[in-house]
Design a protein. Structure first.
Length: 683
């Protein structure tokens, strides 16, 4: 019923316009000496020239003031009863004058009634031009062509500036240019709220999340603030805060992603379309993911919705806009708040979920924005459908949180999905305890360093950095995978070939790309062979030394501001710069395993699925061969291949041969006293 009233008002206004069109047609016919000439409009007769040279007299059109007043009175009553009158809403949203509304209706008439097309063709003196020209439109409004104020409404007024009306045929003189109302505006006035097709690739969804104090921003919007910039931290959400503030201020919400908008063929045109769509809906426009050097005054001008709320992580640059915006620092969400958001989202998605499942401990290590929590909860609910009972588990929650990771880091580092756990590690107690401390710090870093502010000042981040030091094969990489798996995170192994560059400054740029990509990912960053990048600074003897020290100094600063988990693995702990060591949270030493640990490693590496012959002597292997865990794993795999070739179970002969080949890779001699009674098995 509400839409019917608004449509009826629109049609009533067009009917009032029709009377004026009839009068203008009658006036033109009265002056036409040859109304029945079939070639009319294709040539000028002598009489027509004389008529054109005669003093011009503008036709006097009646103004149906009584009918218009009655129409407006009906609209007033309908709006007072809560009905929507879209033409009036549009006029208010875009600050249109009564003349603007009349011009819009004239341009719109042919889209509502095809009879007007032929009438406009007659008034244009060209049956092929079936839209009203500027001259015809001004005549119907009773405005002379010489009125600068009236022409300005069609040259740069809100109708044209806001994209509500197009003036076509720029090569023609201004009075003969055609007026056209874009299809989206026509559809809106007829009651269609589907967004413009041009915006299909740039619109973003802002979930309704109960987070943040939106009152102050809503009050500012209500006081007339038209431009605001919300700077958000990694766990805060400017778009959620902006949407809640707009809703509290009685405005709708329209959000676009800046990166998608800039990827469009014509970003300014798309931006103007987005601003128009916001105005049509009576909404504020949220432009999210603002990055450095992405905005410019022309683009901000094209996005000139009222209000316009920009959201980004970088500081505001005054060069982005001609006016200074309201600057809002978005607070970070706390683990307690996110735990509440997890529970609320899960309760809405799965009312019958296991009440004993506390999402807080399972997801505390994930740094997520409030809207990411809502999406992650939906992803967890979807993942749970793979289970037999469909119940959501902690693993599903962690999988949903990992689904929020972007793909930028995967282009710079190798992603490893953890497939091992604490039970797979054979390490001394001290080493295992240190690894568990790394996981503990990563899980609770936001509470300790953020909420409790145990690392204040200096621009320090909430990251955790640990050094894994030990000989090759002692379990450093596997331990990194275990730590990542225990936290429910993916492991990203940085390939040094993509980092180190011989050209000055390039290594720092590569590292910055890695750290910037890692900032948006909940994962564990592993620098293997870290001494190649985090090596000691040296005395400056030449330019090479100076730039090498600059690289190290950059890394020192970047690690302190990083919010994630960084693991450095090295075979040469002495080569790591002392300044890095001081900034490390945990140092984990990986010793070469003793005989007892080697026995456990042999037993673990020979998987249960691999059948063992009765002659397999694991105590002899552990006692006689001083191999690290990596060497034992490699020898076990080689023995399994030999057993597969023989089509039999693994034997001591297979294992001795595998150890021999491992020794050769290491450049060690196979001495008889080491191999003892099994020396004869060597080929």
């Amino acid at each position: 019923m509400s839409e019917d009233v608004g449509l009826q008002y629109l049609l009533d206004r067009v009917r009032l316009l029709e009377q004026r069109i009839r009068e203008l047609v009658a006036a033109r016919r009265a002056e036409d000496p040859q109304p029945d000439d079939p070639f009319r409009g294709l040539y000028l007769s002598e009489d027509a020239v004389d008529r054109l040279l005669a003093p011009a007299s503008a036709p006097v059109l009646t103004r149906p003031d009584d009918a218009l007043a009655a129409c407006e009175l009906r609209a007033d009553s309908a709006q007072a009863a809560g009905a929507r009158v879209r033409l009036r809403e549009l006029a208010a949203a875009f600050a249109l004058t009564p003349l603007d509304v009349d011009l819009l209706l004239i341009a719109l008439a042919g889209d509502l009634d095809s009879r007007f097309e032929q009438l406009f063709g007659y008034l244009n003196d060209d049956v092929t031009r079936r839209r009203p020209s500027v001259g015809v439109a001004l005549a119907l409004c009773g405005e002379p062509l010489g009125s600068a104020a009236a022409r300005a409404r069609l040259a740069g007024g809100p109708l044209v500036r806001e994209g509500l009306l197009r003036v076509d045929d720029p090569e023609r003189p201004f009075p003969s240019r055609a007026l056209r109302v874009p299809d989206r505006v026509v559809a809106h006035l007829l009651g269609d709220d589907a967004p413009d097709a041009m915006l299909a690739g740039v619109l973003a969804d802002v979930p309704d999340v109960d987070w943040g104090e939106a009152g102050p921003l809503a009050a500012a919007l209500g006081a007339g603030v038209d431009l605001a910039y919300l700077r958000e931290p990694p766990t805060g959400s400017g778009r959620v805060l902006a949407a809640r503030a707009l809703t509290a201020a009685g405005r709708g919400v329209l959000a676009v992603e800046l990166a998608r908008l800039l990827a469009e063929p014509d970003p300014p045109a798309t931006a103007r379309t987005a601003a128009r769509e916001a105005g049509l809906r009576g909404a504020g426009l949220i432009v999210a993911s603002v990055v450095a050097e992405a905005l410019s005054p022309p683009l901000v001008e094209a996005l000139s919705a009222r209000p316009l709320l920009l959201v980004g992580e970088v500081p505001w640059d005054p060069a982005w806009a001609a006016v200074q915006p309201l600057l809002v620092e978005v607070p970070a969400s706390t683990p307690t708040e996110r735990s509440r958001l997890w529970r609320a989202a899960l309760d809405a998605l799965a009312p019958g979920r296991d009440a004993q499942l506390d999402p807080g401990p399972a997801t505390e290590q994930f740094l997520l924005r409030p809207e990411q929590v809502a999406r992650a909860a939906r992803a967890a609910a979807v993942q749970s459908r793979l289970g037999a009972d469909g119940r959501i588990t902690a693993g599903h929650l962690q999988a949903g949180a990992r689904a929020e990771n972007g793909s930028a880091l995967q282009r710079l580092a190798r992603r490893v999905e953890p497939a091992v756990g604490w039970d797979d590690l054979i390490l001394p107690t001290a080493t295992r305890t240190a690894l568990q401390e790394v996981a503990l710090r990563a899980r609770h870093r936001e509470r300790v360093l953020g909420e409790w502010r145990m690392r204040p000042g200096g621009g320090r981040g909430m990251g955790v950095a640990a050094l894994f030091a030990g000989d090759s094969g002692t379990g450093k990489t596997m331990s990194a995978e275990v730590v990542a798996g225990s936290l429910g995170l993916d492991l990203y192994v940085v390939d040094l070939a993509t980092v180190v560059d011989k050209y000055v400054g390039e290594t720092e740029k590569n590292l910055e790309r890695i750290f910037a990509a890692a900032a948006g990912v909940n994962g564990v960053l592993l620098f293997d062979e870290a001494d190649a990048v985090f090596g000691k600074r040296s005395e400056v003897r030449d330019a090479h030394d100076r730039y090498a020290n600059v690289e190290s100094a950059y890394l020192l600063q970047r690690m302190e501001s990083f919010d994630g988990l960084v693991l450095l693995a090295t075979n040469l702990r002495a080569n790591i710069d002392d300044a890095f060591t001081r900034r490390l949270d945990v140092l984990v030493d990986f010793p070469v395993p003793d005989a007892d640990h080697r026995l456990a490693l042999w037993d673990r590496c020979l998987a249960p699925a691999l059948r063992r012959a009765d002659d397999v002597d694991l105590p002899f292997l552990a006692t006689s061969f001083e191999l690290a865990g990596g060497g034992i794993r490699s020898a076990s795999v080689t023995a399994a291949y030999l057993a597969a070739e023989d089509g039999a179970e693994v034997t001591m002969g297979h294992l001795i041969t595998a150890v021999q080949r491992e020794y050769r890779k290491m450049g060690r001699l196979c001495l008889e006293h080491e191999f003892g009674r099994y020396y004869a098995l060597l080929g």
